[in-house]
Design a binder for this molecule. Structure first.
Ligand code: ADP
Ligand code: ZN
Length: 730
């Protein structure tokens, strides 16, 4: 039971403002519950906050101001408060920033109200079809039963509101008065599922048992692509719904949600709530409210869905759990996989981590018995894992500025000749990663970052992949002013497309690269077109590795399997292994056998050999041994500290000052490395300096870090980012 405060009681309110502590207020007229979302005065402003508990007092009571009003939202539950507090402690994030993650609901302060919404009307066609009218109807039909506000509908269709109004007059679009925030249609877990195979049924049974126990537990569901992991964890979702609890499924990529929503609809008879950046503000507000009131049984979403106010969360699935996009790399630095485990342990829920290529962290936890391990060994039905072979590029003698070997080209020709699809994988966006002046050797860089600009020929611009800044391709060298001497070096997917066009002039080519699509919908349409057979050759960056289903695809060619191996990053081998495996897993999903060919200059490299051998367990064991010996995660703890400032001197000075006061860290036996210029020494005009802290697995790292950092007050323009368990070291 939440405790209730009477009018005038002294209460403590945590606001979303960066203040460093909760503030005291008086409970408003009518009182309020602990956890209530409130509006409070702060100086001249009104800000959002949550009633955190009893006030601290110690001030002149007469000066303490009352809460302005209690918002129309269910109070924050105790388990959510505990989750936010523990997540803040773990990631060393100030509580107000944590609270901001948990209050990302547009219009949280709005009063409950009716509003006009628009959906498909009863009249089939207007007197006259215009392209604009067609777009409106297309949007409404795509989203089935959903209703939109006037502004949203017009924006999504890319038309003016008068077009919508015109359709309303004719009855093609219906205008209705509707309460905001309706519950989601109920999902029916008793509908028939597929007939699970023996090992699928066994895994599903164990997951169901876990959900029914209502106790915390994490399972690692490991199985090759196409082995039915999704079918299996949908059974855990079914068990959760039967138990009357809520479920959350996290996906690493928005573009994957469309296919998943359809599968949920097939299995449970209705669509679940959806939460990610591509969802309209109205719909996000509805999700947030319905989740807290129990009007949403299942949410499918991105990592930030972990901070939704579930009233009774019983299951969290993290699909493709190894995916790096689960780590938020700006603002609050958290890993959604770890936070899912934390949240579940607080609210007695189960976690399912699903992957064909688990992260080493999860694999080690499963080995150690901390996670339950469930393995699916076979692909479903006829589909078998693709055969994998290396192409030794030393023997291929490729001429300059060509990247597709004769061996690979021959295989592509054969497959597309048989009416099948081939995928060429290159994890580099744009046309060429480097543009060099042949007269003076100058490489075009970003003005604000210590990074080279990447040519994007479709957009006719150079782009910085660090800060997103673009500029037109210059005609002369910015350094020596020589005309017509700038030349691209190395391939990106756009350049590869040129080579493909020259080699296979008849083939239909599709490029899948995140920067080529203005919206998630456009990307989804392209993926559906490819799946439907509208391309012979697909050229793709890592977005193709993320679980899309291309039934006609039988050949995967990896253009540069060595690309990820050189990095100094401690996870370079692991990432290459995962990426290559995932990409190869795209081939031969249905009844045709697949083939994966990897172009490499180092076929003897242990990682390449592990990929080819198909002996995953051997790879993880070897990788785990190396990390154990080096005392690095998951066998030791790490924190990355990035200092940044427009002033290069200041940032180095501060780094040195910190490095000279490491007593709090030494007390727990931690080692400090740095300060050193970060690999990317400047981003968006800010100079960057890194320190790296290493400690033993059991060491109380967070406490020591806060004591250490608390010793010095940073200069005004200097920012400190603390990254616990860093995934990237740029
Ligand atoms: P994964 O998530 O491991 O990649 P999926 O669950 O997506 O695998 O399964 C791959 C394909 O095989 C899907 O189309 C799925 O519906 C189908 N499938 C898997 N198991 C079964 C089964 N037991 N009966 C029927 N179809 C199945
Ligand atoms: Zn830049």
């Amino acid at each position: 039971m939440l405790r209730h405060f009477d009018e005038g009681d002294l209460i403590s309110v945590l606001t979303t403002q960066p203040l460093g502590r909760a503030l005291d207020y008086k409970a408003p007229e009518g009182g309020c519950f602990e956890g209530a979302f409130v509006e409070v005065p702060l100086g001249p402003r009104k800000v959002l906050g949550v009633v955190w508990g009893e006030g601290e007092g110690g001030y002149d009571l007469a000066k303490i101001r009352p809460v302005i009003r209690v918002l129309d939202a269910a109070p924050m539950r105790e388990d959510m408060k505990v989750f936010l507090t523990r997540a803040a402690e773990y990631t060393l994030t100030p509580m107000p920033a944590m609270l901001r993650l948990a209050t990302r609901s547009p219009g949280l302060g709005d009063p409950p109200a009716m509003r006009l919404v628009y959906r498909r009307g009863t009249v089939d066609a207007p007197d006259r079809w215009t392209p604009a009218r067609q777009k409106v109807v297309a949007v409404l039909e795509e989203f089935g039963g959903l209703a939109f506000t006037l502004g949203e509908l017009a924006e999504m269709a890319g038309v003016s509101t008068s077009v919508v109004k015109g359709l309303v007059k004719q009855g093609v679009v219906a205008e209705e008065n509707s309460p905001r925030d309706l519950p989601y249609p109920p999902l029916d877990p008793s509908l028939a599922s597929v007939n699970l195979t023996g090992e699928q049924a066994e895994a599903a049974g164990l997951l169901r048992g876990g959900v029914v126990s209502r106790r915390y537990g994490t399972a690692l569901l490991k199985g090759v692509t196409g082995s039915g992991k999704t079918e299996v964890y949908l059974e855990a979702v079914a068990a959760c719904l039967e138990a009357g609890r809520q479920a959350l499924v996290l996906l690493p990529e928005i573009a994957l949600t469309a296919e998943f929503l359809t599968r949920v609809e097939d299995r449970f008879g209705a669509r679940p709530a959806e939460w990610h950046s591509g969802v309209t503000a109205t719909e996000r507000r509805r999700v947030w409210k319905m989740v807290s009131e129990g009007g949403a049984q299942l949410v499918v979403g991105a990592r930030s869905a972990l901070f939704l106010p579930f009233s009774d969360l019983g299951l969290i699935v993290v699909d493709e759990e190894h995916d790096t996009s689960y780590k938020q790399e700006d603002g609050v630095l958290y890993n959604a996989r770890d936070m899912a485990v934390l949240r579940a342990s607080i609210c007695h829920a189960r976690v399912v981590l699903a992957s064909a290529t688990p992260s080493l962290e999860s694999w080690v936890n499963a080995e150690a018995g901390k996670y339950q391990r469930l393995t699916l060994t076979a692909r479903f039905g006829e589909a078998v894992m693709p055969e994998m072979r290396a192409i030794d590029m030393r023997a291929e003698q490729l001429p300059a500025n060509r990247w597709i070997s004769d061996t690979l080209a021959g295989a592509v020709r054969q497959r597309i000749g048989d009416g099948e699809q081939a995928l060429l994988f290159l994890n580099r966006r744009g046309y060429a990663p480097v543009t060099i002046c042949r007269a003076c050797g100058h490489q075009i860089g970003c003005d604000h970052c210590d990074a080279r600009m990447v040519e994007h020929r479709f957009q006719k611009r150079l782009m910085c992949h660090q800060c997103g800044e673009t500029k037109p391709m210059p005609s002369k060298c910015p350094s020596c002013e020589a005309e017509e001497r700038l030349a691209p070096v190395g391939p990106g997917v756009e350049r590869l497309a040129e080579e493909v066009a020259a080699l296979f002039p008849e083939a239909r080519v599709a490029i899948l690269s995140s920067d080529l699509f203005g919206s998630a919908r456009a990307l989804k349409a392209q993926i559906e077109a490819i799946a439907g057979g509208e391309a012979d050759i697909i050229i793709g960056t890592q977005i193709v590795a993320k679980g899309h289903n291309f039934p006609l695809l039988t050949l995967v060619g990896v253009i540069d399997a060595d690309l990820g191996l050189q990095g100094s990053d401690l996870r370079a081998a692991e990432r290459t292994f995962q990426l290559m495996r995932q990409v190869a897993g795209r081939a031969g999903r249905v009844e045709k056998p697949g083939l994966a060919l990897m172009q490499t200059y180092q076929p003897e490299h242990p990682v390449i050999r592990a990929i080819l051998s198909g002996e995953d367990e051997a790879f993880w064991k070897a990788e785990a041994d190396e990390r154990r010996q080096a005392g690095v995660p998951p066998f030791g703890r790490m924190a990355g500290i990035v200092l940044s400032s427009p002033d290069v001197q200041e940032v180095f000075d501060f780094g040195k000052a910190l490095a000279a006061r490491t007593d709090p860290l030494r007390r727990i036996g931690a080692q400090v490395f740095g300060p050193a210029a970060a690999p990317i020494a400047r981003i968006r005009g800010r100079h960057r300096v890194r320190l790296l802290i290493k400690a033993d697995k059991g060491a109380p790292l967070q406490g020591a870090l806060s004591d250490w950092l608390a010793q010095l007050k940073p200069p005004t323009n200097l920012r400190i980012a603390v990254d616990i368990d860093p995934q990237s070291f740029y």
